[in-house]
Every structure is written in structure tokens, then in C-alpha cells.
Design a protein around this ligand. Structure first.
Ligand SMILES: C[S@@+](CC[C@H](N)C(=O)[O-])C[C@H]1O[C@@H](n2cnc3c(N)ncnc32)[C@H](O)[C@@H]1O
Length: 105
């Protein structure tokens, strides 16, 4: 992780995307059951999960994002460090996969 990724980008991402609530809500209306959120960042989508979602495993490779996400406690949501390329879940573990604003390098 670079200095930018751990110290600057998390704040910048929150500022730039804080007006995206409507888009997050629209996307998440389709979510149900057990969800995997890839690249949850600081958890800006957490407030928009509908009742039909029973649990969320949320992963992100950036420890600073994980720390920020922990500041938005939600009993449905389990956080861990992780990346899309190396998932530690059994096959068929999820009903819905969410990936919001996550880019591939
Ligand atoms: C632009 S931010 C979006 C964060 C969040 N999804 C949101 O909507 O606010 C992109 C996030 O993807 C994460 N990310 C980057 N590469 C990833 C990968 N290979 N697997 C999972 N997450 C990744 C970054 O650490 C960052 O938190």
C-alpha cells in the first residue's frame, strides 16, 4: 500500500462519493439474502442495504478503509481485509455480490 492509498485516498473517496446515496440505494434494492461486498471502502453503502439482506461479508484490501468501515457498526455486516482475486469463501456462499466503484488495475 502506498502513502496515498492509506492516508489520502480514503478521505478523498468519502468526500467525492458522499452524494452518491441515491445510486447506492438504487443498486442495493436488488440485493437479497447473503451478500458479499467487494471493495467496501469505508462502508458508504452500509446504510442502504434493504431488509431483504440477511448478512453482508464485506472485504477490502486497504487497512485504512477497514478501520473507517469499523466506525459504521452494523450487526448484519462482517468486515475483513481481502481482495477480489483471493476470496476465502466456499462456492455458492452468497446470493448477491456487490461491487460499487471498484476498479481493476
Ligand atoms: C473508489 S473506492 C470505492 C469504495 C466503496 N465501494 C464505495 O463505494 O465507497 C474503491 C475500493 O476498492 C478497493 N479495491 C481495490 N482493489 C481491490 C481488489 N482487488 N479487491 C477488492 N477491493 C479492491 C479499494 O481499496 C477501495 O476501497
Amino acid at each position: 500500500m502506498t502513502f496515498y492509498e492509506t492516508n489520502i485516498f480514503p478521505t478523498l473517496n468519502d468526500l467525492v462519493t458522499k452524494g452518491f446515496g441515491r445510486f447506492r440505494k438504487d443498486l442495493l434494492t436488488m440485493a437479497k439474502g447473503k451478500v458479499l461486498e467487494i471493495g467496501m471502502g469505508s462502508g458508504m453503502s452500509f446504510d442502504f442495504y434493504p431488509h431483504a439482506v440477511t448478512s453482508v461479508d464485506a472485504i477490502d484490501p486497504n487497512p485504512s478503509m477497514l478501520e473507517r468501515a469499523k466506525e459504521k457498526p452494523n450487526t448484519k455486516i462482517k468486515l475483513q481485509l481481502g481482495q477480489a482475486e483471493q476470496l476465502n469463501f466456499e462456492d455458492d456462499s452468497f446470493d448477491t455480490i456487490i461491487c460499487f466503484l471498484v476498479y481493476a488495475r
